[in-house]
Design a protein around this ligand. Sequence first.
Ligand SMILES: [Zn+2]
Ligand SMILES: [Zn+2]
Length: 266
Amino acid sequence: MPLIDAHTHLDACGASNAEDVTAIVERAEAVGVVAVVTIADDLNSARWVTRAADWDPRVYAAVALHPTRADALTDAARAEIEELVAHPRVGAVGETGLDMYWPGRLDGWARPNVQREAFAWHIDLAKRAGKPLMIHNRNADHEVLDVLRAEGAPDTVIFHCFSSDSAMARECVAAGWLLSLSGTVSFRNARDLREAVPLIPMEQLLVETDAPFLTPHPYRGAANESYCLPYTVRALAELVNRRPEELAHTTTSNACRVYGLRTAQD
Ligand SMILES: [Zn+2]
Ligand SMILES: [Zn+2]
């Protein structure tokens, strides 16, 4: 069953050159993960992911400054990100959004208006570039919806590592957005999320590792990599009462559609 890892960070997984990238995607392909989308979080990473996408045909990229880097979005950074987004193997503008996980932090990127302004800029960029917007939302359901409404959402919106509750899932589904699920669906204590997942239509689902973060059960706590994706798909299949093969098929064609990917299966 072919799978696509809709969101990973190959550089944070330890890859620096073409050889390292190939080693990770070989391990992934050995278990059926035929393509990966590697996401930038800062400017260096944005430069690197576009190179990684050129090194291996199984790798695609997304570029943006992560909300926790929002204070680095200078005019020069904006100009460079705009250039990198135009790369033909960049499938999305991301990850951008809001991260309000850090209580008590009110300086630099943690200032709500700094994150909000950076998020708004990336929304506009996605529209101008005609590419999907990939959202990082941590503890900010209402604020993210607020900014999307105020700015106007691009045609394609992906919530990466969707971890919110049923109410948020309903809002996103009704808006036609895609929800990308990670290893957190396999965590028994993620009760709100596990209740929300069955509400998502198959056509709006993606699967991701967010590696090296968020290792799925039964490897929770160990280092995550794209080859761990089948565990998440099995946990998800159990949760929505579908066959893993069916989920693999649908999420792969969803990923190809939204990111504009071509895989060996085409
Ligand atoms: Zn994220
Ligand atoms: Zn990420």
